[in-house]
Design a binder for this molecule. Structure first.
Ligand SMILES: NC(=O)c1ccc[n+]([C@@H]2O[C@H](COP(=O)([O-])OP(=O)(O)OC[C@H]3O[C@@H](n4cnc5c(N)ncnc54)[C@H](OP(=O)(O)O)[C@@H]3O)[C@@H](O)[C@H]2O)c1
Length: 230
């Protein structure tokens, strides 16, 4: 089975590198995107032979699925740059709308959430899904298992399913969390977790849904479903 090519925009950073290393280990072709093609190639070289590096827009054009891993406060020019390449593609947004210095205070954009702002910036043809807000980059960069669930929101259920397969490929359980408007819950929770990390001196506190959830497990991702189109 041919796995989809994933472009990680801002893949030179902490979260992007963590995701790239796990997905590359799971066999996915990865393209690291950066504002600088040289920086992207250097990060890709460090991640291994199956990883390529390109400037953000070229990475988005070359990919089947786009993953956004750039800080909220700096992402608008990058979204404008990649918007034409995002039409018709699944775009997985990891953005927590943190505005320093109050990083543990929940503050949402006017659009409702960062993910909804992303949908506006990329246009209606981008299949925006949001995920990974409550997973620490340090955990993703480590080799071990990661305790915790990942809430996946999006208006396109098939796209959510693809993102859930990618959560599973990265070693966690992904859960359907409803429409894109619900991304506000996971984005807000991320700021709360940052505060918990500080207060209780833990690195990368996670989050988990209690109860026996029927039909969820961390095995058998179905990456073939990436090809589903609206
Ligand atoms: N870190 C975490 O634990 C974590 C957890 C969950 C979600 N997230 C979310 O994941 C996203 C990335 O977080 P991160 O910690 O990986 O961020 P980061 O390491 O600070 O930055 C990621 C990349 O974004 C690009 N970038 C930085 N400043 C920029 C600017 N002024 N303009 C344009 N691009 C810029 C850089 O890529 P180039 O210089 O190569 O272009 C950088 O390598 C954020 O939205 C964050 O909320 C992070």
């Amino acid at each position: 089975m041919t796995l989809p090519t994933l472009a990680i925009i801002g893949g030179t950073g902490a979260l992007g590198r963590g995701l790239a290393s796990r997905w590359a280990a799971a066999g996915y072709p990865i393209i690291i995107g950066s504002r600088s093609a040289d920086a992207a190639m250097e990060a890709a070289r460090q991640l291994g032979a199956a990883v390529k590096g390109l400037a953000n827009r070229q990475a988005a054009e070359a990919a089947d699925i786009i993953v956004l891993a750039i800080p909220y406060t700096h992402r608008d020019p990058v979204l404008a740059d990649i918007a034409p390449a995002a039409r018709g593609k699944i775009v997985i947004d990891t953005t927590v709308p943190i505005v320093p210095p109050k990083v543990s205070t929940v503050r949402m954009p006017q659009a409702g959430s960062a993910a909804q702002a992303t949908q506006v910036a990329l246009g209606p043809e981008a299949r925006v899904v949001s995920a990974f807000h409550t997973v620490a980059a340090a955990k993703l960069q480590s080799a071990g298992p990661i305790e915790g669930d990942v809430l996946v929101s999006g208006d396109d259920e098939a796209a959510r399913g693809v993102a859930i397969a990618l959560v599973q490929a990265a070693g966690m359980r992904g859960l359907h969390a409803g429409p894109l408007a619900n991304s506000v819950a996971a984005e807000a929770l991320a700021s709360v977790l940052i505060g918990i990390n500080r207060r209780y001196k833990v690195e990368g506190a996670g989050f988990k849904i209690a109860g026996d959830l029927v039909g969820t497990r961390v095995a058998d991702p179905d990456p073939a479903s990436w090809a589903l189109r609206r």
